[in-house]
Design a protein around this ligand. Structure first.
Ligand code: FNR
Length: 350
């Protein structure tokens, strides 16, 4: 409905120019050092970053994570991001399809298959909206856009900061169980910037979830976005919780340790450089996810701006592999790394 569309555009405006990454936010990736190899004995062009995701091949281990849909402006963002993913062999996810469930006419802005026929594509819906839609409703959303998989997003922190948000978080695992039966290995469960920790991850994997995006603290804060729109008590409590969450570095390392080698793990939340990407791959991610940096580049410079931002990230990622003497992501994960400071404390505690 109109309120949802208004909220969506307000969110895009805030994310385009607002202070949605509080200064205290940190991924803790600054506590990770990869070790230099003075004699790499390889050519840059030998670096093979390819991997597999949702049954399809990726040329680069990157996912442009779900952001938007439901308005005309959102449709442009989705198509530009999907085209970028198609050109460079990345995965792409649309934003929450709630708007589409409420108003089928909003569906147009989620359609990207024309520009991205081969991209591993994720639909997106919130855990508590999925309750209302039922398993069949969620399946229809995925089918309507030709998705390869469905992202189920968790956002308790955001909901509590939204005046119209959810206040009752019971029954979540039950919902996930039903979706696992319907989607199998095509289901991905993600946070939205506060992080999935090892306990929740283990329970989800025990229920049969095969893909997780930890989406940790360090980048876009949805508590912060809502706080900037809120008034009164919620604005103040939201300000307090703007930097709440499990830092992305801590989330990915502890979740990998908790769930073992088989689950497919995406790390997102505050990744801003190719070196950040290399660090999460070293800590156990199969794929690195980004939202805000590519969105902002697109808002400022259109598709060409997003192309340039991505080119920088990919060049830096390649350089990180060469300078650690790694031909591919599996070799990178085997290399030694130093973990210092607060990240070390998180790894000891979780
Ligand atoms: C998001 N994110 C998001 N996640 C989700 O599951 N459904 C959604 O609709 C949205 N919407 C959205 C809009 C915009 C403009 C941004 C920047 C982000 C969250 C996103 O997928 C990711 O989990 C976090 O943003 C963390 O990554 P970054 O932004 O720090 O790279």
């Amino acid at each position: 409905d109109e309120a949802t569309a208004k909220r969506k555009d307000a969110h895009l405006d805030l994310c385009a120019t607002g202070d949605v990454e509080p200064a205290q936010n940190t991924t803790l990736l600054e506590c990770v050092r990869l070790v230099h190899c003075a004699m790499p004995e390889m050519a840059v062009e030998e670096v093979d970053l390819s991997t597999e995701f949702l049954g399809k091949k990726l040329r680069h281990p990157l996912l442009i994570t779900g952001m938007t849909g439901g308005t005309e402006r959102a449709g442009v963002v989705n198509r530009d991001m999907a085209l970028l993913a198609e050109r460079h062999g990345l995965a792409f996810g649309v934003g929450s399809q709630r708007a589409m469930a409420e108003n089928p006419q909003a569906g147009e802005s989620f359609q990207v298959r024309q520009v991205a026929p081969t991209v591993p594509l994720l639909g997106n819906i919130g855990l508590y909206q999925a309750v209302g839609l039922g398993v069949d409703g969620v399946r229809r959303l995925a089918d309507a856009i030709g998705a390869d998989g469905m992202a189920l997003h968790l956002n308790a922190g955001q909901e509590l900061t939204q005046p119209e948000g959810d206040r009752d978080f019971r029954g979540g695992y039950k919902v996930v169980e039903g979706l696992v039966r319907a989607f199998g290995s095509r289901l991905l469960v993600k946070e939205t910037g506060c992080g999935i920790g090892p306990e929740v991850a283990r329970r989800l994997v025990e229920l049969g979830v095969r893909n997780l995006d930890v989406s940790g603290l360090g980048g876009t804060s949805w508590v912060r976005v809502e706080q900037l729109r809120a008034t009164g008590v919620q604005a103040q409590v939201g300000a307090e919780f703007s930097s709440w969450g499990i830092p992305t570095g801590a989330a990915i390392a502890t979740v990998r340790r908790a769930v073992g080698p088989d689950a497919r793990l995406v790390a997102s939340g505050g990744l801003r450089t190719g070196l950040d990407v290399a660090k999460v791959l070293a800590l156990g991610a199969d794929v690195a996810g980004m939202a805000l940096p590519l969105f902002r580049a697109q808002q400022q410079g259109g598709l060409a701006g997003a192309e340039q931002a991505l080119a920088t990230i990919l060049a830096s990622l390649r350089q990180a592999l060469v300078l650690t003497g790694s031909r591919n992501c599996a070799e990178l994960r085997q290399r030694p790394r130093i973990i210092v400071g607060e990240l070390k404390d998180w790894l000891a505690a979780l």
